[in-house]
Design a protein around this ligand. Structure first.
Ligand SMILES: Cc1cc2nc3c(=O)[nH]c(=O)nc-3n(C[C@H](O)[C@H](O)[C@H](O)COP(=O)(O)OP(=O)(O)OC[C@H]3O[C@@H](n4cnc5c(N)ncnc54)[C@H](O)[C@@H]3O)c2cc1C
Length: 500
């Protein structure tokens, strides 16, 4: 037992994974979460009698031997998670509206290549080289394979520094296939000439192997991680925000909560957006001004409009894959600020229910949206945004549904009820600046600028979560290992995971 205490601010995936690792390694952990339910992007909620997930929809690395599978085995939570695999012959469907073509992509490396080569036979060799190049890129990231960081000074390949769109174009000559291969770009808020190729490679390789979906809501994973913390003597407090963090002599001494609790610890971990954390610091000089400015000025990823739809009974057949809508092959890398082409991208799915029947009861549609869209209401709070906001939301949702009627004819008639989230919902719900889908934007033109280390200049303060390294379930879980090993020592958690 380390007999040390750690206070973690934020009960999303980052905070919960860090808490679970440290609790298992003998630390006394306290997590403070502002929302009444833990989980952040892992949370489920009930609307119109149906369960919807707030963020997470697909998860990779959970096949036996996968990185997240091994982590869950080490945490002993595998039997608490109910996942289902997507179809072998179609993990993802890509629909390009302008020429009304549909592409179905199969599971695994061979399935991926063969299924796409069936549409683009002249590109088979290029496809094989492209997939190998993606796998090689992921090999440059030791943590992705739960390997100890290499001791040599590691220099990355030229591909590593390319943007995702340029990386695809380097290997694939057919413009239509290039567009199809961009299908997952909403899963990392991809922007042309900006998003690094290695982010594209990690997400693509992760989901190529074995994408899975949560059956019965994502909150089961948050609950499983909380169980690890509590069963090792820790505490998870929900419904009480951290409102102040006090620092003395370059060391955090306490975190004060909205209800007046004073949480003290040997170590503190910020698992919230770094800009939000800096606001909590009472002693502004605790961080150099240049650091504070940098934290505040890193661009954030784009946000989204999210439609959580309750479908009329037996109106839409359940499909066991993720759908990706593009209005035009030329617009796949355009940012959502271009009103003339919006919605140029949508992600659609019917989440699996327990005892799933032939028909879906719910559908999620996510369309990228820029923060600028909601500027007229940026000073408002939930349920008090005014009738003009409600009208605007309905108008935007109608535009998305109209676009999606290309894939699901008469979709509007199939909808019994609809809940609409906007960038304001995401900002206020997660506490993320500008409602960014995945926190900080990672920019291949300035990788150093968009990378905030997990170790800080305050001796007992560490950071974790999607703003550091890579977002998403896998990225955040792996970063939590890095954060915790900065506290307990290099490779300790990795060794325990790999020796389990
Ligand atoms: C719509 C959407 C769809 C997504 N789909 C996927 C997907 O399919 N697969 C995938 O892998 N990833 C997906 N992601 C990304 C993934 O959800 C995030 O990368 C991940 O949840 C980030 O985890 P986090 O712990 O860093 O942050 P968060 O989940 O945002 O957690 C931060 C937590 O801190 C809390 N908090 C904030 N301020 C305070 C405070 N002052 N005091 C106490 N608590 C505070 C928040 O309430 C929140 O619970 C999606 C995200 C979104 C928004």
């Amino acid at each position: 037992m380390h007999n040390k205490t750690v206070v973690i601010i934020g009960g999303g995936i980052g905070g919960l994974f860090a808490g679970a690792f440290l609790a298992k390694e003998g630390f006394c952990v306290t997590i403070i979460e502002k929302n009444t339910t833990i989980g952040g992007g892992l949370q489920s909620f009930v609307r119109f009698g149906e369960t919807f997930d707030t963020g997470m929809h697909v998860i990779g690395g959970m096949q036996p031997g996968g990185n997240i599978y091994k982590i869950c085995k080490y945490l002993n939570i595998l039997d608490r998670i109910n996942l289902s695999e997507v179809d072998d012959d179609c993990t993802d469907e890509v629909y390009i509206a302008c020429d009304k073509t549909t592409y179905k992509i199969a599971k695994g490396k061979d399935g991926f290549i063969n299924s796409l080569a069936a549409y683009f036979p002249h590109q088979r060799n290029e496809l094989a080289q492209y997939v190998d190049a993606m796998i090689a890129l992921t090999q440059e990231l030791d943590l992705f394979y739960l390997r100890k960081p290499s001791n040599s000074i590691f220099s990355h390949s030229d591909d590593f520094y390319l943007s995702a769109d340029k990386f695809i174009a380097k290997y694939i000559s057919d413009p239509q296939l290039r567009a199809v291969l961009s299908f997952q770009n909403l899963l990392y808020a991809g922007e042309g000439d900006v998003t690094p190729a290695f982010i594209h490679a990690i997400i693509s390789v992760l989901y190529m192997k074995c994408p899975m979906r949560f059956v019965g809501g994502t909150s089961q994973f948050a609950d499983a991680l909380a169980h690890v913390i509590k069963s090792n003597g820790g505490t998870v407090i929900a419904g009480d925000a951290a409102v102040q963090v006090h620092c003395e002599n370059k060391s955090i001494v306490k975190c004060v909560t909205a209800s007046g609790k004073e949480l003290v610890g040997d170590y503190f971990i910020s698992a919230i957006h770094p800009s939000a954390f800096v606001q909590l610091l009472q002693d502004k000089s605790a961080f150099p001004k240049a650091y504070r400015n940098r934290i505040d000025n890193i661009n954030n990823s784009y946000s989204a409009l999210i439609l959580n739809i309750k479908l009329k009974s037996q109106s839409v057949e359940y499909f066991n894959y993720t759908g990706h809508y593009f209005n035009n092959a030329d617009d796949v890398w355009k940012s959502p600020t271009d009103a003339a082409i919006w919605p140029n991208i949508c992600l659609y799915m019917t989440p699996p229910a327990e005892n799933q029947s032939k028909y879906a009861s719910t559908m999620n549609i996510i369309a990228p949206m820029s923060w600028e869209e909601v500027l007229p209401w940026e000073d408002t709070t939930t349920h008090r945004r005014g009738d003009d906001y409600i009208g605007w939301k309905k108008e935007k949702a109608a535009a998305v549904i109209k676009a999606m009627e290309d894939v699901f004819p008469n979709l509007a008639d199939c909808i019994e009820n609809i809940d609409i989230s906007t960038p304001l919902t995401i900002r206020d719900y997660y506490g993320v600046k500008h409602g960014a889908l995945y926190g900080y934007k990672k920019d291949c033109n300035n990788l150093v600028q968009s990378r905030v280390p997990v170790r800080t200049k305050i001796s007992n303060l560490f950071m974790t979560g999607q703003n550091h390294n890579i977002h998403g379930f896998c990225g955040v879980a792996l970063t939590a290992i890095e954060t915790c090993e900065n506290i307990i020592g290099s490779n300790q958690i990795l060794d325990n995971i790999n020796n389990d």
